[in-house]
Ligand binder design. Structure first.
Ligand code: 5RP
Length: 230
């Protein structure tokens, strides 16, 4: 089974939780993509009615528009019922690393405004400790690039400025820069979360602590299973 089949299976399982009349958050990335396409299909068939969606990136907004998903804003709908989003890494406590696709800031804004955050992943995203398999994306103001880079290096990270496919410095939807920080295995992600939150020049980062309500995992051997904090 290829990875896309697993991603699609997890994403479509999550969509089963959406009911007519809900305000939903639309994630970003190749796994969330399958959820968005399924939601669009259900709306088109009339099986989901009165759905309003808030996208987590400009890319997702475009995909939602192309597929005729009605969009709303925080000004119109302050509370989101369910958000379906992907993740780059998930630990045993359901803490996450996100931001591989660069949408971490809006993704966290949406997650913090959502009653039920459903994360959809294939099994390769599960790990013992955050940082075992993925770096932590840190979004910084361009003005603060040098001091924040120095701060992150002093914390022990190997810091790399993210570049796009043309090798230009990658700019986020908010026109900030991303520093991809390899920390190695992170023993206390909540502590690192706090340290990063305290910096003026860091506008967002990919550590999502206690934000996932549940994680739907698609595995080749075990099928689809759900991880939930007790
Ligand atoms: C984008 C994200 C994505 O959810 C994360 O990178 C996972 O993406 P994919 O489903 O393509 O593996 O955080 O900012």
């Amino acid at each position: 089974m290829n990875k896309d089949t697993l991603k699609k299976a997890a994403a479509e399982k999550a969509v089963e939780e959406i009911e007519s009349g809900m305000t939903i958050g639309l994630g970003t990335g190749s796994t969330a993509y399958f959820a968005i396409i399924k939601i669009a299909e259900l709306i088109k068939e009339g099986r989901l009615k009165n759905i309003k969606a808030i996208p987590t990136s400009k890319q997702t907004e475009e995909l939602a528009r192309e597929n005729n998903i009605p969009l709303t804003t925080f000004a119109e709908s302050s509370c989101i019922d369910i958000t379906i989003d992907g993740a780059d890494e998930v630990d045993r406590k359901l803490n996450l690393i996100k931001g591989g696709g660069g949408a971490l800031l809006r993704e966290k804004v949406v997650a913090q405004s959502t009653k039920k955050n459903i994360i959809v992943v294939d099994e390769s995203k599960l790990s013992e400790n955050l940082g075992d398999n993925f770096f932590v994306p840190v979004e910084v103001l361009e003005y603060a690039l040098e001091p924040e880079k120095k701060f992150l290096q002093e914390l022990g990270a190997l810091v790399k400025i993210r570049r796009d496919i043309e090798n230009k410095i990658f700019k986020t939807d908010e026109n900030n820069i991303i520093l991809d920080c390899t920390f190695g295995s992170i023993n206390e992600p909540a502590d690192l979360n706090k340290q990063l939150n305290e910096r003026a020049g860091i506008v967002g980062h990919g550590l999502f602590i206690e934000l996932a309500s549940k994680v739907i995992v698609a595995s080749e051997e075990k099928g689809i299973f759900t991880l939930e904090n007790k």
